[in-house]
Design a protein around this ligand. Structure first.
Ligand SMILES: CC(C)(COP(=O)(O)OP(=O)(O)OC[C@H]1O[C@@H](n2cnc3c(N)ncnc32)[C@H](O)[C@@H]1OP(=O)(O)O)[C@@H](O)C(=O)NCCC(=O)NCCS
Length: 419
Protein backbone atom coordinates (compact mmCIF):
# COMPACT_ATOMS: atom_id res chain seq x y z
CA UNK A 1 0.00 0.00 0.00
CA UNK A 2 1.40 3.43 -0.86
CA UNK A 3 0.61 6.90 0.38
CA UNK A 4 -0.08 9.52 -2.31
CA UNK A 5 2.78 12.05 -2.62
CA UNK A 6 0.40 14.94 -1.86
CA UNK A 7 0.40 13.73 1.73
CA UNK A 8 4.06 14.55 2.19
CA UNK A 9 4.43 17.31 4.77
CA UNK A 10 7.27 19.80 4.55
CA UNK A 11 8.36 21.70 7.65
CA UNK A 12 10.24 24.56 5.90
CA UNK A 13 11.82 26.16 8.94
CA UNK A 14 13.22 22.87 10.19
CA UNK A 15 14.38 21.55 6.78
CA UNK A 16 12.52 18.36 7.50
CA UNK A 17 10.03 16.49 5.39
CA UNK A 18 7.81 13.46 6.03
CA UNK A 19 6.99 11.21 3.07
CA UNK A 20 6.34 7.55 2.22
CA UNK A 21 9.47 5.46 1.82
CA UNK A 22 10.25 4.63 -1.82
CA UNK A 23 12.01 1.53 -3.24
CA UNK A 24 15.22 3.57 -3.39
CA UNK A 25 15.16 4.12 0.36
CA UNK A 26 14.66 0.50 1.46
CA UNK A 27 18.37 -0.01 2.21
CA UNK A 28 18.55 3.17 4.30
CA UNK A 29 15.44 1.99 6.17
CA UNK A 30 17.02 -1.41 6.77
CA UNK A 31 20.13 0.23 8.23
CA UNK A 32 18.07 2.54 10.47
CA UNK A 33 16.00 -0.37 11.81
CA UNK A 34 18.87 -2.86 12.16
CA UNK A 35 20.98 -0.21 13.92
CA UNK A 36 18.17 0.82 16.28
CA UNK A 37 17.05 -2.73 17.17
CA UNK A 38 20.53 -4.30 17.34
CA UNK A 39 19.84 -6.42 14.26
CA UNK A 40 21.99 -7.74 11.41
CA UNK A 41 22.87 -4.68 9.27
CA UNK A 42 24.04 -6.77 6.28
CA UNK A 43 21.81 -7.62 3.29
CA UNK A 44 21.12 -11.08 4.79
CA UNK A 45 19.49 -9.38 7.76
CA UNK A 46 16.93 -7.54 5.63
CA UNK A 47 13.37 -8.50 6.54
CA UNK A 48 12.11 -8.32 2.95
CA UNK A 49 8.79 -9.98 3.81
CA UNK A 50 8.04 -7.12 6.26
CA UNK A 51 9.03 -4.40 3.76
CA UNK A 52 6.06 -5.25 1.58
CA UNK A 53 3.56 -5.68 4.40
CA UNK A 54 2.54 -2.07 5.04
CA UNK A 55 2.92 1.66 4.50
CA UNK A 56 6.33 2.93 5.62
CA UNK A 57 6.87 6.61 6.36
CA UNK A 58 10.13 8.43 7.03
CA UNK A 59 11.18 11.83 8.26
CA UNK A 60 14.06 13.33 6.26
CA UNK A 61 16.42 15.91 7.74
CA UNK A 62 18.14 17.92 5.00
CA UNK A 63 17.23 15.13 2.58
CA UNK A 64 18.67 12.31 4.75
CA UNK A 65 16.43 9.72 6.39
CA UNK A 66 16.45 10.35 10.16
CA UNK A 67 13.42 8.45 11.50
CA UNK A 68 10.82 5.98 10.24
CA UNK A 69 7.78 3.90 11.12
CA UNK A 70 5.56 1.31 9.43
CA UNK A 71 1.76 0.93 9.44
CA UNK A 72 0.50 -2.63 8.92
CA UNK A 73 -3.04 -2.69 7.46
CA UNK A 74 -4.72 -5.04 9.95
CA UNK A 75 -8.21 -5.86 11.20
CA UNK A 76 -9.15 -6.67 14.79
CA UNK A 77 -12.14 -8.64 16.06
CA UNK A 78 -14.53 -7.50 18.75
CA UNK A 79 -17.95 -9.06 19.38
CA UNK A 80 -18.11 -10.45 15.85
CA UNK A 81 -17.08 -7.22 14.06
CA UNK A 82 -13.79 -6.96 12.16
CA UNK A 83 -12.49 -3.39 12.53
CA UNK A 84 -9.64 -1.95 10.38
CA UNK A 85 -6.60 -1.14 12.48
CA UNK A 86 -3.24 0.44 11.70
CA UNK A 87 -0.56 -1.66 13.39
CA UNK A 88 2.42 0.62 14.11
CA UNK A 89 5.85 -1.02 14.06
CA UNK A 90 9.47 -0.36 13.13
CA UNK A 91 9.54 3.02 14.90
CA UNK A 92 13.14 4.23 15.00
CA UNK A 93 15.32 7.32 14.86
CA UNK A 94 19.08 7.57 14.25
CA UNK A 95 20.92 8.37 17.49
CA UNK A 96 22.25 11.73 16.23
CA UNK A 97 18.66 12.85 15.65
CA UNK A 98 17.01 11.53 18.82
CA UNK A 99 15.14 13.83 21.21
CA UNK A 100 14.49 16.43 18.49
CA UNK A 101 10.81 15.47 18.32
CA UNK A 102 11.13 13.62 14.99
CA UNK A 103 9.34 10.45 16.05
CA UNK A 104 6.65 12.56 17.70
CA UNK A 105 6.11 14.32 14.34
CA UNK A 106 5.96 10.96 12.54
CA UNK A 107 3.42 9.54 15.00
CA UNK A 108 1.14 12.56 14.66
CA UNK A 109 1.46 12.36 10.88
CA UNK A 110 0.60 8.64 10.97
CA UNK A 111 -2.73 9.47 12.64
CA UNK A 112 -3.83 11.54 9.64
CA UNK A 113 -2.62 8.79 7.28
CA UNK A 114 -4.49 6.03 9.14
CA UNK A 115 -7.64 8.14 9.29
CA UNK A 116 -7.48 8.66 5.53
CA UNK A 117 -6.79 4.94 4.99
CA UNK A 118 -10.03 4.14 6.88
CA UNK A 119 -8.36 2.67 9.98
CA UNK A 120 -10.31 3.99 13.00
CA UNK A 121 -8.07 2.09 15.45
CA UNK A 122 -4.32 1.72 15.88
CA UNK A 123 -2.27 -0.55 18.10
CA UNK A 124 1.41 -1.20 18.79
CA UNK A 125 3.79 -3.09 21.08
CA UNK A 126 6.54 -1.21 22.87
CA UNK A 127 8.80 -1.04 25.90
CA UNK A 128 8.42 2.81 25.82
CA UNK A 129 4.85 3.30 27.07
CA UNK A 130 5.23 6.95 28.08
CA UNK A 131 6.44 7.92 24.59
CA UNK A 132 3.29 6.64 22.85
CA UNK A 133 0.97 7.72 25.65
CA UNK A 134 1.93 11.34 24.85
CA UNK A 135 0.39 10.87 21.42
CA UNK A 136 -2.79 9.08 22.54
CA UNK A 137 -1.98 5.35 22.61
CA UNK A 138 -2.68 3.53 25.89
CA UNK A 139 -1.75 0.14 27.36
CA UNK A 140 -4.95 -1.80 26.69
CA UNK A 141 -4.35 -5.55 27.03
CA UNK A 142 -2.47 -8.15 29.04
CA UNK A 143 -1.32 -11.65 28.31
CA UNK A 144 -0.13 -14.18 30.87
CA UNK A 145 2.94 -16.34 30.53
CA UNK A 146 2.18 -19.72 32.10
CA UNK A 147 5.37 -21.67 32.89
CA UNK A 148 5.60 -25.29 33.97
CA UNK A 149 7.66 -28.46 33.80
CA UNK A 150 5.70 -30.96 31.68
CA UNK A 151 6.62 -33.89 33.94
CA UNK A 152 5.07 -32.15 36.97
CA UNK A 153 1.68 -31.50 35.40
CA UNK A 154 -1.21 -33.97 35.38
CA UNK A 155 -4.68 -33.20 33.95
CA UNK A 156 -7.50 -33.61 36.52
CA UNK A 157 -9.42 -35.84 34.13
CA UNK A 158 -7.74 -39.16 33.36
CA UNK A 159 -10.08 -39.81 30.42
CA UNK A 160 -8.23 -39.89 27.09
CA UNK A 161 -10.13 -37.76 24.58
CA UNK A 162 -11.33 -39.32 21.35
CA UNK A 163 -9.42 -37.88 18.38
CA UNK A 164 -5.88 -37.45 17.12
CA UNK A 165 -3.23 -34.81 16.42
CA UNK A 166 -1.11 -34.19 13.33
CA UNK A 167 1.40 -31.54 12.30
CA UNK A 168 0.94 -29.21 9.33
CA UNK A 169 3.06 -26.69 7.38
CA UNK A 170 2.28 -23.14 6.34
CA UNK A 171 0.78 -24.27 3.01
CA UNK A 172 -1.97 -25.97 5.02
CA UNK A 173 -2.94 -22.76 6.90
CA UNK A 174 -6.63 -22.97 5.83
CA UNK A 175 -6.94 -26.12 7.98
CA UNK A 176 -6.74 -23.98 11.11
CA UNK A 177 -7.96 -20.60 9.86
CA UNK A 178 -11.60 -21.68 10.21
CA UNK A 179 -11.04 -22.99 13.77
CA UNK A 180 -9.34 -19.71 14.66
CA UNK A 181 -12.19 -17.61 13.27
CA UNK A 182 -14.81 -19.61 15.14
CA UNK A 183 -12.84 -19.06 18.35
CA UNK A 184 -11.66 -15.46 17.88
CA UNK A 185 -14.34 -13.52 15.98
CA UNK A 186 -16.72 -13.01 18.93
CA UNK A 187 -13.88 -12.35 21.39
CA UNK A 188 -11.80 -9.19 21.81
CA UNK A 189 -8.47 -8.09 20.33
CA UNK A 190 -7.65 -11.06 18.09
CA UNK A 191 -6.51 -10.13 14.58
CA UNK A 192 -8.54 -11.13 11.54
CA UNK A 193 -5.59 -12.80 9.78
CA UNK A 194 -5.21 -13.10 6.01
CA UNK A 195 -3.07 -15.68 4.20
CA UNK A 196 0.08 -13.57 4.36
CA UNK A 197 -0.31 -12.93 8.07
CA UNK A 198 -0.84 -16.65 8.72
CA UNK A 199 2.33 -17.51 6.80
CA UNK A 200 4.61 -14.67 7.92
CA UNK A 201 3.41 -13.95 11.45
CA UNK A 202 1.79 -17.17 12.75
CA UNK A 203 3.59 -20.08 11.09
CA UNK A 204 6.77 -18.01 11.49
CA UNK A 205 7.75 -15.37 14.02
CA UNK A 206 7.41 -12.09 12.18
CA UNK A 207 10.88 -10.70 12.95
CA UNK A 208 12.80 -14.01 12.84
CA UNK A 209 15.32 -13.30 10.08
CA UNK A 210 15.96 -16.94 9.00
CA UNK A 211 12.21 -17.43 8.40
CA UNK A 212 12.21 -20.73 10.32
CA UNK A 213 8.82 -22.43 10.53
CA UNK A 214 7.10 -22.77 13.90
CA UNK A 215 5.68 -26.19 14.71
CA UNK A 216 1.92 -26.32 14.24
CA UNK A 217 -0.19 -29.30 15.33
CA UNK A 218 -3.91 -29.73 14.66
CA UNK A 219 -6.33 -31.61 16.91
CA UNK A 220 -9.05 -33.52 15.02
CA UNK A 221 -12.02 -34.81 17.05
CA UNK A 222 -13.51 -38.32 16.93
CA UNK A 223 -15.26 -37.48 13.64
CA UNK A 224 -11.95 -36.34 12.13
CA UNK A 225 -12.94 -32.63 12.20
CA UNK A 226 -10.27 -30.04 13.21
CA UNK A 227 -11.39 -28.45 16.50
CA UNK A 228 -8.18 -26.97 17.85
CA UNK A 229 -4.51 -26.39 17.17
CA UNK A 230 -1.26 -25.37 18.81
CA UNK A 231 1.54 -23.14 17.46
CA UNK A 232 4.89 -23.57 19.21
CA UNK A 233 8.65 -23.68 18.81
CA UNK A 234 11.47 -25.32 20.74
CA UNK A 235 14.88 -23.94 21.58
CA UNK A 236 17.96 -25.43 23.18
CA UNK A 237 19.34 -22.73 25.45
CA UNK A 238 22.89 -22.71 26.78
CA UNK A 239 23.38 -21.07 30.20
CA UNK A 240 27.02 -20.18 31.06
CA UNK A 241 28.89 -23.09 32.73
CA UNK A 242 25.86 -25.40 32.73
CA UNK A 243 24.35 -28.05 30.47
CA UNK A 244 21.97 -26.84 27.75
CA UNK A 245 18.26 -26.67 28.55
CA UNK A 246 15.44 -27.51 26.14
CA UNK A 247 12.59 -25.02 26.25
CA UNK A 248 9.27 -25.12 24.46
CA UNK A 249 7.32 -21.92 23.76
CA UNK A 250 3.59 -22.05 22.99
CA UNK A 251 2.65 -19.04 20.87
CA UNK A 252 -1.02 -19.97 20.61
CA UNK A 253 -3.29 -22.79 21.72
CA UNK A 254 -6.84 -22.61 20.40
CA UNK A 255 -9.39 -25.22 21.47
CA UNK A 256 -13.08 -24.98 20.56
CA UNK A 257 -14.27 -27.51 23.17
CA UNK A 258 -13.28 -29.83 26.04
CA UNK A 259 -12.24 -32.60 23.68
CA UNK A 260 -9.76 -30.32 21.86
CA UNK A 261 -8.49 -28.67 25.08
CA UNK A 262 -7.80 -32.03 26.64
CA UNK A 263 -6.26 -33.51 23.48
CA UNK A 264 -3.93 -30.55 22.92
CA UNK A 265 -2.88 -30.36 26.58
CA UNK A 266 -1.92 -34.05 26.49
CA UNK A 267 -0.07 -33.49 23.19
CA UNK A 268 1.85 -30.62 24.81
CA UNK A 269 2.71 -32.53 28.00
CA UNK A 270 4.09 -35.39 25.88
CA UNK A 271 7.07 -33.07 25.13
CA UNK A 272 8.82 -34.46 28.18
CA UNK A 273 12.37 -33.56 27.17
CA UNK A 274 11.49 -29.88 27.61
CA UNK A 275 12.82 -28.64 30.94
CA UNK A 276 10.15 -25.97 30.82
CA UNK A 277 7.11 -25.05 28.76
CA UNK A 278 6.16 -21.36 28.47
CA UNK A 279 2.65 -20.74 27.18
CA UNK A 280 1.63 -17.21 26.20
CA UNK A 281 -2.08 -17.33 26.96
CA UNK A 282 -5.08 -15.22 27.86
CA UNK A 283 -5.60 -13.70 31.32
CA UNK A 284 -8.70 -15.91 31.74
CA UNK A 285 -7.12 -19.16 30.50
CA UNK A 286 -8.63 -22.04 32.55
CA UNK A 287 -5.38 -24.05 32.34
CA UNK A 288 -4.42 -23.94 36.02
CA UNK A 289 -7.89 -25.18 37.05
CA UNK A 290 -7.84 -28.34 34.94
CA UNK A 291 -4.59 -29.74 36.35
CA UNK A 292 -4.03 -31.53 39.66
CA UNK A 293 -1.65 -29.00 41.24
CA UNK A 294 -2.28 -25.42 40.03
CA UNK A 295 0.67 -24.08 42.04
CA UNK A 296 3.06 -25.97 39.75
CA UNK A 297 2.19 -23.47 37.05
CA UNK A 298 3.84 -20.09 37.55
CA UNK A 299 1.91 -17.16 36.10
CA UNK A 300 3.31 -13.79 35.11
CA UNK A 301 1.26 -10.90 33.70
CA UNK A 302 2.73 -9.38 30.53
CA UNK A 303 1.91 -6.05 28.89
CA UNK A 304 0.13 -6.51 25.58
CA UNK A 305 -0.67 -3.94 22.90
CA UNK A 306 -1.28 -0.22 23.30
CA UNK A 307 -4.48 0.96 21.60
CA UNK A 308 -5.48 4.29 20.05
CA UNK A 309 -8.76 5.68 18.78
CA UNK A 310 -7.62 7.16 15.46
CA UNK A 311 -11.15 8.14 14.44
CA UNK A 312 -13.39 8.03 17.51
CA UNK A 313 -16.67 8.35 15.61
CA UNK A 314 -15.90 5.53 13.18
CA UNK A 315 -14.40 3.33 15.91
CA UNK A 316 -17.71 3.44 17.82
CA UNK A 317 -19.80 2.99 14.67
CA UNK A 318 -17.88 -0.26 14.08
CA UNK A 319 -18.08 -1.65 17.63
CA UNK A 320 -20.98 -3.89 18.69
CA UNK A 321 -22.09 -3.68 22.32
CA UNK A 322 -21.45 -6.54 24.74
CA UNK A 323 -24.15 -9.22 24.97
CA UNK A 324 -25.60 -7.83 28.22
CA UNK A 325 -24.94 -4.11 27.60
CA UNK A 326 -28.00 -1.98 28.42
CA UNK A 327 -29.61 0.56 26.10
CA UNK A 328 -28.64 4.10 27.16
CA UNK A 329 -26.19 6.95 26.72
CA UNK A 330 -23.62 9.09 28.51
CA UNK A 331 -21.62 12.15 27.46
CA UNK A 332 -17.86 12.48 27.71
CA UNK A 333 -15.36 15.25 26.99
CA UNK A 334 -12.24 14.01 25.18
CA UNK A 335 -9.00 15.94 24.89
CA UNK A 336 -6.88 14.91 21.91
CA UNK A 337 -4.33 17.50 20.76
CA UNK A 338 -2.66 15.05 18.32
CA UNK A 339 -5.95 14.20 16.54
CA UNK A 340 -8.13 17.33 16.90
CA UNK A 341 -11.03 15.71 15.03
CA UNK A 342 -11.59 13.57 18.16
CA UNK A 343 -11.54 16.55 20.51
CA UNK A 344 -14.71 17.77 22.26
CA UNK A 345 -17.88 16.43 23.86
CA UNK A 346 -19.31 13.13 22.57
CA UNK A 347 -22.55 11.32 23.29
CA UNK A 348 -21.87 7.58 23.46
CA UNK A 349 -25.02 5.56 22.93
CA UNK A 350 -25.84 1.87 23.14
CA UNK A 351 -28.87 0.93 21.08
CA UNK A 352 -29.97 -2.26 19.36
CA UNK A 353 -26.72 -4.07 20.18
CA UNK A 354 -24.55 -1.37 18.58
CA UNK A 355 -22.56 1.56 19.96
CA UNK A 356 -22.45 5.00 18.37
CA UNK A 357 -20.63 8.27 19.08
CA UNK A 358 -22.09 11.62 18.05
CA UNK A 359 -20.80 15.14 18.73
CA UNK A 360 -22.63 16.90 21.56
CA UNK A 361 -22.73 20.33 23.24
CA UNK A 362 -22.64 21.56 26.81
CA UNK A 363 -21.18 20.07 29.97
CA UNK A 364 -20.31 16.37 29.85
CA UNK A 365 -20.96 13.61 32.43
CA UNK A 366 -17.34 12.45 32.22
CA UNK A 367 -14.08 13.85 30.95
CA UNK A 368 -10.80 12.18 30.04
CA UNK A 369 -7.98 12.17 27.51
CA UNK A 370 -8.00 10.13 24.33
CA UNK A 371 -5.44 7.60 25.61
CA UNK A 372 -7.47 6.64 28.70
CA UNK A 373 -10.61 6.50 26.55
CA UNK A 374 -8.95 3.99 24.20
CA UNK A 375 -8.50 1.61 27.14
CA UNK A 376 -12.17 2.10 28.08
CA UNK A 377 -13.28 1.49 24.47
CA UNK A 378 -12.00 -2.09 24.42
CA UNK A 379 -13.03 -2.92 27.99
CA UNK A 380 -9.52 -2.93 29.46
CA UNK A 381 -10.30 -0.04 31.83
CA UNK A 382 -13.69 0.44 33.49
CA UNK A 383 -14.84 4.10 33.54
CA UNK A 384 -15.49 3.87 37.32
CA UNK A 385 -11.91 2.64 37.82
CA UNK A 386 -10.69 5.47 35.56
CA UNK A 387 -12.46 8.04 37.75
CA UNK A 388 -11.31 6.32 40.97
CA UNK A 389 -7.66 6.50 39.86
CA UNK A 390 -7.65 10.01 38.37
CA UNK A 391 -7.58 8.91 34.71
CA UNK A 392 -11.02 10.47 34.22
CA UNK A 393 -13.37 12.84 36.03
CA UNK A 394 -17.10 12.35 36.56
CA UNK A 395 -19.61 15.10 37.30
CA UNK A 396 -22.15 12.35 38.02
CA UNK A 397 -21.01 9.00 39.52
CA UNK A 398 -24.15 7.32 38.12
CA UNK A 399 -22.99 8.20 34.59
CA UNK A 400 -19.65 6.47 35.22
CA UNK A 401 -21.47 3.35 36.44
CA UNK A 402 -23.68 3.39 33.32
CA UNK A 403 -20.58 3.90 31.13
CA UNK A 404 -19.09 0.75 32.73
CA UNK A 405 -22.04 -1.28 31.48
CA UNK A 406 -22.30 0.41 28.06
CA UNK A 407 -18.58 -0.10 27.32
CA UNK A 408 -18.37 -3.58 28.88
CA UNK A 409 -16.93 -6.38 26.76
CA UNK A 410 -17.77 -10.08 26.72
CA UNK A 411 -14.07 -11.01 27.00
CA UNK A 412 -10.96 -9.20 28.24
CA UNK A 413 -8.83 -7.88 25.35
CA UNK A 414 -6.16 -10.37 24.28
CA UNK A 415 -2.96 -9.43 22.41
CA UNK A 416 -3.06 -12.34 19.98
CA UNK A 417 -0.30 -11.26 17.56
CA UNK A 418 2.96 -9.50 18.29
CA UNK A 419 4.27 -7.17 15.55
C1 LIG B 1 12.47 5.58 21.10
C2 LIG B 1 12.86 6.44 19.90
C3 LIG B 1 12.08 5.93 18.69
C4 LIG B 1 12.45 7.90 20.19
O1 LIG B 1 12.71 8.71 19.04
P1 LIG B 1 12.95 10.28 19.18
O2 LIG B 1 12.93 10.87 17.81
O3 LIG B 1 14.13 10.54 20.03
O4 LIG B 1 11.65 10.73 19.96
P2 LIG B 1 11.13 12.24 20.06
O5 LIG B 1 12.28 13.17 20.14
O6 LIG B 1 10.14 12.50 18.97
O7 LIG B 1 10.38 12.22 21.44
C5 LIG B 1 9.04 12.57 21.54
C6 LIG B 1 8.67 12.60 23.02
O8 LIG B 1 8.82 11.30 23.59
C7 LIG B 1 9.79 11.29 24.63
N1 LIG B 1 10.60 10.09 24.48
C8 LIG B 1 11.52 9.85 23.54
N2 LIG B 1 12.04 8.61 23.69
C9 LIG B 1 11.45 8.08 24.76
C10 LIG B 1 11.57 6.83 25.43
N3 LIG B 1 12.43 5.90 25.03
N4 LIG B 1 10.78 6.59 26.50
C11 LIG B 1 9.92 7.54 26.92
N5 LIG B 1 9.75 8.75 26.33
C12 LIG B 1 10.51 9.01 25.26
C13 LIG B 1 10.61 12.54 24.42
O9 LIG B 1 11.16 13.03 25.63
C14 LIG B 1 9.60 13.49 23.83
O10 LIG B 1 8.77 14.03 24.85
P3 LIG B 1 8.65 15.62 25.07
O11 LIG B 1 8.12 16.16 23.75
O12 LIG B 1 7.71 15.76 26.20
O13 LIG B 1 10.05 16.08 25.34
C15 LIG B 1 14.39 6.41 19.61
O14 LIG B 1 15.07 6.70 20.81
C16 LIG B 1 14.86 5.08 19.05
O15 LIG B 1 14.95 4.90 17.84
N6 LIG B 1 15.21 4.12 19.95
C17 LIG B 1 15.67 2.79 19.53
C18 LIG B 1 14.57 1.97 18.84
C19 LIG B 1 13.31 1.95 19.65
O16 LIG B 1 13.30 1.70 20.86
N7 LIG B 1 12.16 2.17 18.96
C20 LIG B 1 10.85 2.17 19.54
C21 LIG B 1 10.35 0.78 19.64
S1 LIG B 1 8.67 0.73 20.11
Amino acid sequence: MTVPPHRAIIYPTMATEIRPISEDDLEATHFLLAYSFTGDRSQEGRLKHVESMGTALALYDDGQMAACLRIFPLQTFIHGASIPLGGISGVACLPEHRRKGYVGQLLRHSLAVMREQGQPLSSLYTPHFSLYRRYGWMAASNAVSYKFKPKEIAPVSAVRPEGHSYRITDEEWPAIADVYKRFAAHRNGYLNRDERWWKEATFRRIYESKRKLNDVAVWANGQGQPSGYIVYHSASEQPPDAPSIDQLYVEELIALDTNAYSGLLRYLLAHDVAARITWFGTVDEPLSLIVEEPDRISREILDGFMLRLVDLEKAFAARPAATAAPEGAFTIHISDPSAPWNQGVWRIESSGGQLAATKADGAADLSTDTAAFAAMYNGFLRPTEATRSGLAEASDPKAAALADRILATDYPPHPSDFF
